[in-house]
Design a binder for this molecule. Structure first.
Ligand code: ATP
Length: 248
């Protein structure tokens, strides 16, 4: 069940950034950032639902290097990228941007979106796809308010996370200013809207998968069905997240 109140929208919000619609490139790009440690079917479901239900031309998968606001990944950058390639290969509307992964510095979303915005131009609609847990943590992100100048934000349900009544005050203020009920807002302007996207929730997380794999054979059986088969095969072949590794 979705934890979202889907009809709590502010239809009288001004058009974000007040941009001339005719100047906008309508090939909206969705951006799915994460540690992908490992990529799992919750991520895939999020990307699939975004492509199916939003006016997106493509989903740009953006694996983080050393994220600025959370613990370092367990698997190497090389392995996380290899798993992401396996999970996305052959899909005509998926692309991977490995720039963050290749950075030796901690990576922050505001820097990544600033780079993309500089590359793609100010009229390009960008949509940051966030699970509800990530959205709730937004005020802890570096220069988080600037994210709304750089991209729209689409929030998807995640089991275990309730948005209603739990938004921290500064985020609640942005929510009431920016929430739109129609996905056409994503095409109409380059940035600034918040949309809540209902998807069938997948109760899966990378940390639970790592913890299961760290339990050995029994755990490995438990994660079947939570990962793309090629990703699970990669994990087994390369003995990732095994009992001797840090599983948290
Ligand atoms: P961890 O358990 O290590 O925190 P994770 O499963 O949350 O990892 P991330 O790579 O951190 O995976 O997530 C990337 C993005 O995908 C985040 O915005 C997160 O909210 C979202 N996401 C991850 N799993 C799900 C899920 N099952 N349903 C909806 N969104 C998800």
């Amino acid at each position: 069940m979705s934890d979202f109140k889907l009809n709590a929208v502010n239809q009288s919000s001004p058009k974000p950034n007040g941009v001339n619609l005719n100047a906008v490139n309508r090939n909206v790009i969705g951006i799915l950032g994460g540690t992908f440690d490992p990529v799992h079917l919750g991520h895939v479901a999020l990307a699939e639902a975004a492509l199916a239900q939003l006016p997106l031309a493509e989903v740009l998968w953006m694996p983080s290097g050393s994220p600025g606001h959370r613990a370092s990944p367990v698997a190497s950058a090389h392995d996380r990228l290899a798993m992401l390639r396996l999970a996305t290969e052959g899909h005509p509307r998926y692309r991977i941007d490995a720039a963050e992964l290749e950075s030796s510095e901690p990576t922050y979303t505001v820097h990544t979106l600033t780079r993309l915005r500089a590359q793609l131009g100010k009229a390009q609609p960008l949509v940051l796809l966030l699970g509800a847990d990530s959205f709730l943590s937004l005020p802890t992100w570096l220069r988080w308010r600037e994210l709304f100048d750089l991209a729209h934000i689409v929030v998807v349900a995640r089991p275990g996370t309730v948005l209603e009544g739990t938004l921290p005050a500064p985020l609640a203020a942005e929510w009431s200013r920016r929430l739109h009920d129609s996905t056409s807002a994503l095409r109409a302007t380059p940035a600034g809207a918040i949309i809540v996207q209902p998807i069938t929730p997948h109760d899966v997380s990378a940390s639970a998968i790592r913890a299961a794999l760290a339990r050995g054979a029994a755990g490995a059986a438990a994660v079947r069905g939570l990962l793309p088969p090629a990703v699970l095969a990669y994990i087994e072949r390369n003995r990732l997240y095994q009992p001797h590794t840090d599983a948290t």
